[in-house]
Design a protein around this ligand. Structure first.
Ligand code: AP5
Length: 183
């Protein structure tokens, strides 16, 4: 099963990915988690990513695509993967398609978790991660609108987009996602 969870900051991608990992036994690949680990480890990649992350901007496509290429080549992705927070720009989506074509493992489905902006602001303020301040959240939402929303048409044109209402209980949303997953 090769899927991507797509949605605004705070739409529940990470929460739902964890449940899917437990149910389906395939890894979650979160670019946000990989980048935060690189920042914590003080790697060169982490140093280059930190300022963009703190401001709620996207880290450069080249860095993120390189990181994903390395991760997708790892043995634990042989039976599939759940992408969480990647891709989030057109160059990333095109880079992913090229990479997966070379591996002969195309993406099957993109789940779009749809949540109102005011709800995600409330969720993220309550969570309080380093980049969950009101200004940074608003910037992340505006970056999502400008750079990530175009992927909706990209994946709709490929016939891979599945819209899932992302408000309600975590279990209800999981059941909605499961209904769209490839066999
Ligand atoms: P990233 O870590 O991907 O953050 P994000 O997209 O802003 O997503 P979040 O982790 O904030 O939210 P989520 O949708 O996973 O929701 P969650 O389940 O956590 O990215 C951080 C930064 O890294 C970016 O700003 C960028 O700088 C950089 N970056 C990452 N990927 C990149 C890429 N591909 N290209 C370039 N740069 C990149 O839930 C949020 C909260 O809501 C939690 O507290 C949760 O408990 C709660 N919640 C979840 N579900 C529900 C529910 N149903 N009801 C009520 N509350 C809920």
């Amino acid at each position: 099963m090769r899927i991507a969870l797509f949605g605004a900051p705070g739409s529940g991608k990470g929460t739902q990915a964890e449940i899917l990992v437990a149910k389906h036994g395939i890894p979650q690949i979160s670019t946000g988690d990989l980048l935060r680990a690189a920042v914590a480890d003080g790697t060169e990649l982490g140093k280059q990513a930190k300022a963009a992350m703190d401001a709620g901007e996207l880290v450069s496509d080249d860095l993120v695509i390189g990181m994903i290429r390395e991760r997708l080549e790892a043995a634990d992705t042989a039976n599939g993967f759940i992408l969480d927070g990647f891709p989030r720009s057109l160059p990333q989506a095109e880079g992913l398609d090229d990479l997966l074509a070379s591996l002969e493992r195309p993406l099957q489905c993109v789940i779009h978790l749809q949540v109102d902006n005011e709800e995600v602001v409330q969720r993220l303020l309550a969570r309080g991660r380093g980049d969950d301040t009101e200004d940074t959240i608003r910037n992340r939402l505006s970056v999502f609108d400008d750079q990530t929303q175009p992927l909706i048409d990209y994946y709709r044109d490929q016939g891979k987009l599945e819209a899932v209402p992302g408000q309600g209980s975590v279990d209800e949303i999981n059941a909605r996602i499961e209904a769209h997953l490839p066999a």
